[in-house]
Design a protein around this ligand. Structure first.
Ligand SMILES: Cc1cc2nc3c(=O)[nH]c(=O)nc-3n(C[C@H](O)[C@H](O)[C@H](O)COP(=O)(O)O)c2cc1C
Length: 362
């Protein structure tokens, strides 16, 4: 067993037990606020025996901080962001408040799944539930038959069942050996949602697995911009960028037909492709989420062709539309580069397996 430290919210140092082989898929065990990692120790050992790498977190414990759910939420997000792969997060009771809030906005980027055991209901958890877009197992009665059964109903009712998240609900109220039943549920969920064997996508199977396969190709990130018919700037985050030809100078991006920016890009004679540097992660998030003025408080200026170019980008390409090709649920926008401004001393913002990354130099 190794003990390592992660930097949590406000620089707080969080100590974490790490057990198992580093090549095995990871499970992050999160004790509820006020409890220590020993509560998960037996489960941790059983998970390691079944071929999992286990990261068992010691939550911040000073009395004043125990009740501060927001600090625990930020701690969990900080740990997940620092981990090399997306673990399944397993937690119990009020730990579920922390995990649901931490994973509601963009959980699929941070974790491969979520297991909530006997979570008491809270307004915040119910409010987070509709935004949970990752495989989730809700277990009731994991510790005692009556625990949380009624309270979890409001949470379960708010979950987006059958939509973006894949939610499963288990009731262990009548289990004979509760510990064994709970562990069995955890292992079975992990085996299906985070298999130890190589993953496989076959034509016709779920798009999520295909997305995971595609996500094994590391990319940079761009923001593709254009002016709409009224002359207002528009844009979206896209990592489907490729250089196509040097002579003539061509590049491409693939745009989802469902995106709000798609009609603007379909009509645009000119568009911009801004390749992001490491400091532009907030802009990447903003141009990938719905709502709000994406250009507010951002340094941008029209280029020679009028397209919005984001200041401080690694490269900004100004393109004239060369061609547009329909391709399934996306279209391929090919642009002829009329101008490129770049600042090669900056580090790129990278994306790999659903997470932002940065360059490592040995
Ligand atoms: C890292 C990352 C890469 C993305 N790449 C693409 C892409 O290549 N093409 C695309 O259409 N959407 C891509 N998206 C999704 C869009 O940015 C997202 O759906 C956005 O909300 C679309 O905004 P809109 O509907 O206002 O156009 C990506 C999102 C992220 C976070």
């Amino acid at each position: 067993m190794a003990i390592i430290e992660y930097k949590g919210f406000g620089g707080f140092r969080l100590s974490v037990d790490v057990l198992g082989d580093e090549n095995d898929p990871a499970v992050l065990l999160l004790p509820e606020p006020g409890q220590g990692r020993e509560v998960w120790r037996a489960a941790a050992e059983a998970l390691v025996l079944s071929g999992r790498r286990v990261v068992n977190v010691e939550p911040r414990a000073r009395a004043a901080e125990v009740g501060d759910i927001a600090a625990h939420v930020e701690d969990l997000r900080a740990i997940l962001a620092q981990m090399g792969s997306r673990p399944v997060v397993a937690t119990a009771r009020r730990g579920g408040w922390v995990a649901t809030q931490a994973l509601a906005p963009d959980g699929a980027h941070l974790a491969a799944g979520l297991i909530l055991v006997d979570m008491p209901v809270s307004d915040e958890a119910v409010a987070s539930a509709p935004r949970l877009a990752l495989p989730t197992l809700v277990v009731r009665g994991g510790f005692s038959p009556a625990e949380c059964t009624a309270a979890s109903d409001a949470f379960a009712a708010a979950l987006p069942i059958g939509e973006s998240a894949d939610i499963e609900d288990r009731d262990l109220a009548f289990a004979v050996d509760r510990n064994e039943a709970l562990l069995g549920q955890l292992l079975e969920f992990l085996e299906r949602r985070q298999p130890r064997e190589a993953m496989e996508f076959k034509a016709g199977s779920d798009p999520r697995t295909l997305r995971d396969a595609m996500g094994c190709f590391a990319t940079g990130i761009t923001i593709v911009t254009a002016l709409d018919a009224s002359g207002a700037p528009a844009g979206l985050t896209a990592n489907s960028f490729t250089s196509v030809s040097l002579d003539p100078p061509l590049l491409l991006v693939c745009i989802a037909n469902t995106s709000g920016t798609a009609p603007i890009l379909r009509d645009a004679v000119h568009f911009g492709v801004n390749v992001l540097q490491i400091g532009q992660q907030p802009a990447s998030n903003r141009f990938a989420s719905r709502g709000g003025d994406r250009f507010a408080n951002l340094p941008w200026a029209p280029g020679e062709t009028g397209v919005p170019l984001l200041g401080g980008s690694l490269v900004s390409f100004e393109c004239q539309r060369e061609s547009l090709h329909e391709a399934g649920d996306h279209f391929i926008l090919v642009g002829r580069v009329v101008r490129a401004q770049f600042e090669p001393h900056r580090d790129p913002l990278l994306y790999f397996r659903g997470k932002y990354r940065r360059l490592h130099f040995a």
